[in-house]
Design a protein around this ligand. Sequence first.
Ligand SMILES: [Zn+2]
Length: 310
Amino acid sequence: MDHKSFSTQFLDRVSLKRSDKIWLKAQFSNQSTRIIPVWNLKSFCMPAPDQRPIFLTPSDLDNYRKAFESSILLGVSNKRTYFAVDIDSEKFASTLCNQKNGELLDLRHVVSVLNYQQGALMTLAQFMINWNSNNRFCGKCGYPTVSSEAGNVCICQNSQCKQSHFPSMDPAIIVLVSSGEYCLLGSQKPWPKGMYSTIAGFVEPGENIEDAVIREVAEETGIKVKEIAYQSSQPWLFPSSLMLGFTATARSNKIRIAKNELEDARWFSREEIKDNLNQGLMRLPSKVSIAYHLIKTWYDKGDVGKLNPT
Ligand SMILES: [Zn+2]
């Protein structure tokens, strides 16, 4: 996977088909269709070391009567239609595992071994199921909603309200700050020991994303930045972020750590990163993350070789 992991650009979202019940029904009974099952926000995968995701065919769900009505249309790719289905029966989830020799895993623990399209489909399926589950009641009036447009809209059933709720992602910035031959990396308390990453945070209402970069870096580390340049983005649906990746140059070097946000923040040279990684003293984010991509892009411009931690 590269940093574009989890982007579903290969998938035609066929939004105009979402309300076409006849087309949906035909797709859901077509054996070329693939269905991504999720139980209790866990994904069905082959056991380690394989960990391939288990995609079902419609006939695998013949004995699960809610399959079609609870299905969420994800899209079409290479003439194959993809749906997600929330398996709400522990017994049936267990039956599926036995039939497929699979097991239920936390998707975050297996994404790094999935190929690009598998990772994108699995995270989208989990996001949409989670989103539907969180929107069963109207946030405006509190009435129950009904899932519509093949699981892509939740509509309030209160005739006085009828509010439509749509899935969305939360914009967050992530930035590689450099100063000469050094880059700024931080570590958060819940992370594994020695894990360092780029500075990141959510965009506040009313803020543009460049302002969010300036504010987040200053809040978390006390560093002022300039030359803010957009690099690339990545959907990070754990649970619902859209990561907007930047580089920036420091205008000051003295770090003042916000202890409620970060456990540590430091300037690292490429040599330090290389030595720390070699000695097992440091860990970087997953190779599928935009954070890793930002660090690698900066690191590889130096003269100590390419970044390739094991
Ligand atoms: Zn309502």
